[in-house]
Design a binder for this molecule. Sequence first.
Ligand SMILES: *[C@@H]1O[C@H](CO)[C@@H](O)[C@H](O)[C@H]1NC(C)=O
Ligand SMILES: *[C@@H]1O[C@H](CO)[C@@H](O)[C@H](O)[C@H]1NC(C)=O
Ligand SMILES: *[C@@H]1O[C@H](CO)[C@@H](O)[C@H](O)[C@H]1NC(C)=O
Ligand SMILES: *[C@@H]1O[C@H](CO)[C@@H](O)[C@H](O)[C@H]1NC(C)=O
Ligand SMILES: *[C@@H]1O[C@H](CO)[C@@H](O)[C@H](O)[C@H]1NC(C)=O
Ligand SMILES: *[C@@H]1O[C@H](CO)[C@@H](O)[C@H](O)[C@H]1NC(C)=O
Length: 388
Amino acid sequence: MFLIIYLLCCSLNNVSAYLSERINSQLPEDGRLNFTGLAAKYGLQTEEFDVITEDNYILKIFHIQGDRTKPILLVPGATESADAYIIRGNTSLSVALAREGYDLWFMNVRGKKYSRRHLNLDPHEDMAYWNFSFHEIGIYDLAANIDFVLNKTSQSQITLIGFSQGNQVWYVLGSMKPEYNGRVKAVIALAPVAFQSHARLPESWSLLNNFLRRTGNEELFPENSSIVTVGKAICSQLIAGANYCLNAFLFPISGYNPNEVEPEFMPVIIGHSPRSVARKVIDHMVQVRNSRRFQLYDYGMAANLKKYGSTMPPEYPLKEITTKVELLVGPNDQQAHIKDVQILKQTLSNSSYHEIDKKLWGHVDFVWGKNMNKHLFPLVLNLLKMYN
Ligand SMILES: *[C@@H]1O[C@H](CO)[C@@H](O)[C@H](O)[C@H]1NC(C)=O
Ligand SMILES: *[C@@H]1O[C@H](CO)[C@@H](O)[C@H](O)[C@H]1NC(C)=O
Ligand SMILES: *[C@@H]1O[C@H](CO)[C@@H](O)[C@H](O)[C@H]1NC(C)=O
Ligand SMILES: *[C@@H]1O[C@H](CO)[C@@H](O)[C@H](O)[C@H]1NC(C)=O
Ligand SMILES: *[C@@H]1O[C@H](CO)[C@@H](O)[C@H](O)[C@H]1NC(C)=O
Ligand SMILES: *[C@@H]1O[C@H](CO)[C@@H](O)[C@H](O)[C@H]1NC(C)=O
């Protein structure tokens, strides 16, 4: 189904600005506001800065000011920007942490709507802009953001909170550039993703991947594309449309949990996610699933031999990670599956494991859940107190 819809939509050009505006205007206010707008609506003031990576991407970082001695960097998942941490409004993690006085910094990785600039490349004109997987997001984007926050706050260490790919990029950085372990006090890993043997990813990926590559579709779900506009048109129709989007797409990917994501919230989600995922990010995830190893990007045997000195890509050396990782796990998570998290736990030398005490707790419930303030935030706040 995903494949058919994608094939029908992705080869079409952007929809007209007129149609796009019309459909956007059907979304509820929280589906239309950006990070700054949402923060203001829920009583928080935002500052923004540019961070330039070693490979010349220009990224936007948002700051909600708190106690400078307690900085936290929040890293979003693969399909979204910093918006993910605020779209639940008054019951979002941003509001809960701001209330406790933490100094909050929100990362937006390369390609997302706030972070589409580069010193030499244009995301619309140059396909080379999209030549990255979660590997580059880890070693360049996350590294640059950590250093930026340390510099701005004059602290020697920060705490990281990462959802899904937002913690996966830490296992990349902390293992490939171990000096970063000294700069991070602890990692709160919401839905921990490294090994992905049990992750529900598109089954027909290699077919779709070849098609996308040949047709130059390196960015999946671009903001103004027909696929996103059709998604907004359908998922914003309360009851029928929203239920369809939940049952046909979101729940199968995340884990079925109608207690945490209700149809009325679907129109807000579709205003923000999924957006702007590089084809190569998905390709790397599928490689990790199929190989059952948490390994570097597979360029093919000949290219691997040149790049890595072996025909198989090496595994990320997780033994290099010394920073404590607090693994927060959902029993019904179909992306960060319990069985995969257990392998991660055994591989990390310094981690502890916490299961959310709700049988149906799934993947997206860690950022979009209706009852996060009851089932998730008390645990997160207790863990943060241990380090701050
Ligand atoms: C999408 O279109 C709107 C106007 O319709 C424009 O303001 C915005 O910059 C476009 N976004 C991207 C990522 O191209
Ligand atoms: C958010 O939206 C407001 C109002 O439309 C705009 O002025 C502001 O520049 C936007 N901020 C970002 C970071 O895109
Ligand atoms: C958010 O909660 C605060 C404090 O409880 C309340 O004053 C405010 O009206 C709420 N904001 C919105 C937009 O619901
Ligand atoms: C993409 O980046 C990789 C690693 O940085 C490089 O080896 C490769 O040649 C690049 N591919 C393209 C098509 O630019
Ligand atoms: C922060 O960065 C500025 C400009 O790059 C540099 O001059 C300064 O020494 C840095 N401060 C700290 C505390 O690292
Ligand atoms: C594990 O993490 C804790 C907290 O970050 C730290 O104090 C401790 O030294 C770490 N242990 C090892 C063996 O690295």
